[in-house]
Ligand binder design. Structure first.
Ligand code: E4P
Length: 217
């Protein structure tokens, strides 16, 4: 499973990219507002740090303007994935932009039928929002399972990009289901390496090593 960072914070992105484990980045208008700065410049800077897909979202609501905005965003860098909302206009824009060879991430997906439409529109990525479904007592993970079955039934190439991830458990569950990508907030991503028994074991190993009086270097 690929890991994308769900943030527009350049310091966080640089830090995560330095691990060599970061496969891409997703931004949205809220994340851009939180990070501050000029949208086009921030996205260009992120594209310079990360080789994989960097999602940048259109803000128009009608297909012709979405396509125009998408074309402008796609010119920023080769690794831009234009993000469009899952509306009829968004699907039209997806079809057009993907036919032009631009990667498209269809966002704000909350149902399996929406995901089916996005795949038929040639989406590179579909972004089902797990956490926001959980917030209203619906099962976000069940949605990922349904989409996996449908995409496998018809051999759709659209990648399932599990979004709105809030916990380390969400990451494990979407990996078990077979999501292609998880986009994860940096704070959650960092917790994935943590385990109290790792810390305890390391402490013991280091204490015993000290007793040997040896050094490797
Ligand atoms: C990703 O593309 C989405 O923009 C993001 O995961 C939304 O997460 P949130 O529901 O925590 O805002």
């Amino acid at each position: 499973m690929k890991f994308f960072a769900d943030t527009a914070d350049i310091a966080d992105i640089k830090d995560l990219a330095s691990t060599g484990l970061l496969d891409g980045v997703t931004t949205n208008p809220s994340l851009i507002a939180k990070a501050g700065g000029n949208f086009l410049e921030v996205v260009a800077e992120i594209c310079g740090v990360v080789e994989g897909p960097v999602s940048a979202e259109v803000t128009a609501l009608d297909a012709p303007t979405m396509i125009e905005e998408g074309r402008k965003l796609a010119k920023i860098a080769k690794n831009i994935a234009v993000k469009v909302p899952l509306t009829w206009d968004g699907l039209k824009a997806c079809k057009q932009l993907s036919s032009e060879g631009t990667m498209v991430n269809v966002t704000l997906c909350f149902s399996a039928n929406q995901a089916l439409l996005a795949a038929k529109a040639g989406a590179t990525f579909i972004s089902p929002f797990i956490g926001r479904l959980d917030d209203i007592n619906l099962d976000g993970l069940e949605l990922i399972e349904e989409i996996r079955v449908i995409y496998d039934n018809y051999a759709f190439e659209t990648e399932i990009l599990a979004a709105s991830i809030r916990t380390a458990n969400h990451v494990k569950e979407v990996a078990l289901i077979g999501a292609d990508v998880a986009t994860v907030p940096p704070a959650v991503l960092r917790t994935l390496a943590n385990h109290p028994l790792t810390d305890k074991g390391l402490e013991q190993f280091l204490a015993d090593w000290k007793k040997t009086g040896q050094k490797i270097l």
